[in-house]
Design a protein around this ligand. Structure first.
Ligand SMILES: C[S@@+](CC[C@H](N)C(=O)[O-])C[C@H]1O[C@@H](n2cnc3c(N)ncnc32)[C@H](O)[C@@H]1O
Length: 304
């Protein structure tokens, strides 16, 4: 059995309540997606080791928690939490929540097509556009899987990641070790808002699934602008209309997100929007359905 079949079989056993969507997911994959999923599944086997079942259980945890938040979002039209302090108390400061959450999030890279599309975008539409010998920063690497792509890219000369969470940095370190990354990766406990000092600059910055966790998204984008070299590029991956136990900021639509990024001193180089349930972008925006948004931006000369 290959890695993908092995994980899919165990996931079906652990998640009979999600078997229909899990089977549909595999049936709808293109051959190119299957190749990427097989590669990611191989990495997940190494990361999870003998704990694979608990990663599959983490997937149940995340689906159940997101469903509860979705019902609340349908009633109120807003995310439940408003402050970082609430998210810290209810999620970040509770290992019994964080562990299944991060493990489940890792499994969504396989089972949620919008997450797989975001991985594909990073790999094929972002990294190849960076210059030879590029320097790279990831903000909020969490489980660490995304960082493995620049880490395994021979064109990447230096690699760094910042996270405010000690446990996330440990997860990232373990992940890179288990998937056999032997190069130097500078992992720093550092708040992204410190980027505003502009002392460290990078050719490429990955800012994936972090913006929606922040109270001050504009301040964050302006800070990251200072951490780009003059021709550097920022890849933002953020979900729209995606209620979760620790999400604070909802960009709501493609146009509002692009306006926000532009207003922070960036030119938009490219963007892609992946609605979660196979709806069109227009349907997803009109009905406030989840969309994974990817935006590549370069800083401009605007005086902010
Ligand atoms: C949902 S995880 C994202 C994991 C991964 N990047 C992905 O796309 O799946 C969010 C991560 O951002 C980190 N984070 C949140 N606020 C941050 C801040 N102000 N500065 C740096 N990291 C932050 C969290 O600790 C967590 O590890």
């Amino acid at each position: 059995m290959n890695a993908l079949e092995q994980i899919h079989t165990l996931q079906l056993e652990v998640s009979p309540q999600y078997s229909r969507t899990l089977r549909t997911r595999m049936d709808a994959c293109t051959p190119e997606e299957v190749a990427l999923l097989e590669e990611v599944a191989g990495m997940i086997l190494k990361i999870a080791g003998k704990d694979l079942r608990s990663y599959c259980e983490g997937y149940n945890w995340i689906c159940d928690a997101f469903l509860r938040e979705e019902l609340e979002f349908r009633r109120s039209g807003e995310y439940r939490l408003k402050t970082f302090a609430d998210a810290f108390a209810q999620v970040y400061d509770r290992p019994e929540v964080m562990v299944p959450y991060m493990r489940g999030l890792l499994m969504t890279q396989l089972w949620w097509p919008n997450h797989t599309s975001a991985l594909h975008y990073l790999r094929h539409s972002f990294l190849p556009t960076l210059p030879d010998g590029y320097s790279f920063l990831e903000i909020g690497p969490g489980h660490g899987l995304l960082l493995s792509f620049p880490a395994n890219d021979p064109r990447c000369a230096s690699l760094e990641a910042w996270d405010i969470s000690e446990s996330s940095l440990t997860e990232t370190k373990d992940c890179l070790h288990r998937i056999g990354v032997h190069r130097d990766v500078r992992l720093r406990k550092k708040d992204l808002y410190e980027a505003a000092s502009g002392t460290d600059q990078f050719d490429g910055i990955l800012f994936s699934e972090v913006l929606e966790h922040l109270e001050d998204p504009k301040g964050a984008l302006r800070a990251l602008r200072e951490a780009l070299t003059p021709s550097g590029k920022l890849l933002i991956h953020v979900p729209l209309n995606s209620p979760a136990p620790d999400h604070l900021f909802n960009p709501e639509s493609d146009t509002k997100l692009l306006d926000l990024v532009s207003s922070c001193g960036f030119n938009i180089e490219s963007s892609a929007f992946y609605p979660q349930h196979g709806f069109s972008l227009e349907q997803a925006v009109a009905n406030k359905l989840t969309i994974s948004a990817l935006v590549v931006a370069r800083k401009n000369d605007a005086d902010l």
